[in-house]
Design a protein around this ligand. Structure first.
Ligand SMILES: *[C@@H]1O[C@H](CO)[C@@H](O)[C@H](O)[C@H]1NC(C)=O
Ligand SMILES: *[C@@H]1O[C@H](CO)[C@@H](O)[C@H](O)[C@H]1NC(C)=O
Ligand SMILES: *[C@@H]1O[C@H](CO)[C@@H](O)[C@H](O)[C@H]1NC(C)=O
Ligand SMILES: *[C@@H]1O[C@H](CO)[C@@H](O)[C@H](O)[C@H]1NC(C)=O
Length: 362
C-alpha cells in the first residue's frame, strides 16, 4: 500500500523546490495555463447518495465487494468523516474510509491542492445521477473550500448512459444546468474564460454515450447560449470526424475547446509515438479551427477492480511519477490551453497523483 501522505512527506523538500505556484490565490477569470484535475467526490459511506463507489452495492466496503485498487491513507482526515469498513489492518484494528459528503474531506482536499500547486478541479456531474441531491452537497462544499483556499472549480457533465434514441440528452442537461448549477457560476472561485463560466461535457464519441449528431450539437449550442464556454471531452478519434466531415463534425466545430480522453491509450514506452501521431495532430487541428486544446494526462491506472483479473493490478504502472511527468513535460511544449489531469480522487484505479512533486513547471 502506497499512500499520498507518506509519499509527499518523504519528498516535501523537493516538492517545495519544484512547485512554486502554491499559496497565491488563483485567478478565476481565465482557464488559460491552469493546472486542473477532475474531481469525482463519489466515495461515500453506505446510504449517502446514488453515485457511490467504495463497494459494488453501496454497502459497507469489505472483502468481496470492494471496487478500489488502492487503500487510501485516511490518517489526515477528520474522524467525524470516517466510517468503519469490514477490512482490518494487520494489527487487527478496523480500517476506516472517508465520506466525501463530509465537509472536512473536501476541506482537506482543497488544502492539499493549495499546498501542492493544483489550481482547481472539474467536479463530475453524472447524467445517470442528476436526481441525486448529494451531488449538490459536495458542490456546496467544493465552492466553500475553493473560495477558502483560493482555488477554482467548474462543473463537468459526464454523459455516461446518455442515449439520444431513448431520450434527448439536451432536454435533461439544459434544465439541470439552469435550475441547479448556474447559480454556482456566481462564485468568485468558479473559473471563467472570455467572460463566460467554463462548463465541460464528457463523452462525445466515447463508447457508452450514444449521442446523435443533432442532440450533441443542440447540447453545445444551448449551453453556449446560457452563456458558457464549453469544453468537450471527446474520444481521441474526434479528429477523424472533422477530417471526414461526418459523425459529430458540426459539434466539434462549434465547441470552444476540445479535450480528447487518453486514459489507457498508451504505455510509458508508447507515449512519445502517441504524442507525435495524435496529440501533435490535435494541436494543429484545434489551432486551425481557432479553438482551445486540452490534453489529458494520467499518472497510471490499475484495472483489477473492473476486470477481477489480478494481472490487471497496476496495469499501467506509475513508475514513481515518471510516466506522468513524461506526458506533462511533453505536451506542455505544444502550449495547450491547459492540461487536465485524471483524476484528483479516483482511488478506484489508483488514478490519483502520489507524485506531484515530480512535476516541473516550465
Ligand atoms: C494499526 O495499524 C494502522 C495502520 O497502519 C494504524 O493507523 C493504527 O494506528 C494501528 N493501531 C494500533 C493500535 O497500533
Ligand atoms: C441506445 O438505444 C438504442 C435504442 O434503444 C439501442 O439500440 C442502442 O443499443 C443504445 N445504445 C447504447 C450505447 O446502449
Ligand atoms: C496525423 O497527421 C498526419 C499528417 O496529416 C497524418 O498522416 C496522420 O495519419 C495523422 N495521424 C493520426 C493518428 O490521425
Ligand atoms: C520507484 O522507487 C522505488 C523505491 O525507491 C525503487 O525501488 C524503484 O526502482 C523505483 N521505480 C522506478 C520505475 O523508478
Amino acid at each position: 500500500m502506497r499512500t499520498q501522505l507518506l509519499f509527499i512527506s518523504a519528498l516535501s523538500t523537493a516538492a517545495e523546490a519544484l512547485v512554486p505556484r502554491a499559496a497565491a490565490a488563483v485567478d478565476a477569470s481565465t482557464i488559460q495555463g491552469k493546472y486542473m484535475f477532475g474531481y469525482q467526490g463519489w466515495f461515500r459511506s453506505p446510504g449517502k447518495g446514488l453515485n457511490t463507489h467504495w463497494s459494488t452495492n453501496g454497502g459497507v466496503p469489505g472483502p468481496g465487494n470492494a471496487v478500489f485498487d488502492f487503500f487510501p491513507d485516511t490518517s489526515a482526515y477528520p474522524s467525524e468523516c470516517l466510517f468503519d469498513t469490514q477490512f482490518k489492518y494487520a494489527n487487527g484494528t478496523t480500517a476506516k474510509l472517508y465520506d466525501n459528503t463530509c465537509a472536512g474531506v473536501v476541506d482537506l482536499h482543497f488544502k492539499w491542492m493549495q499546498q501542492y500547486g493544483i489550481d482547481g478541479v472539474f467536479v463530475q456531474r453524472f447524467y445517470g445521477a442528476l436526481s441525486d441531491a448529494t451531488f449538490l452537497t459536495v458542490l456546496d462544499l467544493v465552492q466553500a473550500s475553493a473560495e477558502k483556499y483560493g482555488r477554482v472549480f467548474a462543473v463537468e457533465y459526464d454523459l455516461s448512459g446518455g442515449n439520444s434514441s431513448q431520450a434527448s440528452v439536451t432536454n435533461k442537461i439544459i434544465p439541470d444546468y439552469v435550475n441547479n448549477i448556474k447559480k454556482y457560476t456566481q462564485s468568485p472561485a468558479y473559473v471563467h474564460q472570455n467572460g463566460k463560466p467554463v462548463v465541460m461535457a464528457f463523452g462525445f464519441g466515447v463508447a457508452g454515450r450514444d449521442l446523435s449528431a443533432s442532440d450533441a450539437f443542440n447540447l453545445v449550442r444551448d449551453l453556449q447560449a446560457e452563456p458558457a464556454y464549453v469544453i468537450l471531452g471527446t474520444a481521441n478519434t474526434w479528429a477523424a470526424d472533422v477530417r471526414n466531415n461526418n459523425g459529430l463534425v458540426n459539434t466539434y466545430k462549434l465547441a470552444d475547446a476540445i479535450s480528447p480522453w487518453t486514459i489507457g491509450a498508451y504505455t510509458d514506452a508508447g507515449y512519445p509515438s502517441y504524442n507525435f501521431h495524435w496529440q501533435q495532430n490535435d494541436t494543429t487541428l484545434t489551432n486551425s479551427l481557432g479553438k482551445g486544446y486540452v490534453p489529458v494526462a494520467w499518472p497510471g491506472t490499475s484495472n483489477y477492480h473492473l476486470s477481477n483479473d489480478l494481472s490487471h493490478l497496476d496495469y499501467f504502472p506509475r513508475d514513481n511519477g515518471s510516466f506522468y511527468e513524461l506526458q506533462v513535460n511533453t505536451v506542455m511544449k505544444q502550449k495547450p490551453l491547459f492540461i487536465y489531469t485524471a483524476m484528483f480522487d479516483e482511488v478506484n484505479e489508483g488514478e490519483r497523483l502520489n507524485a506531484l512533486c515530480f512535476v516541473k513547471e516550465t
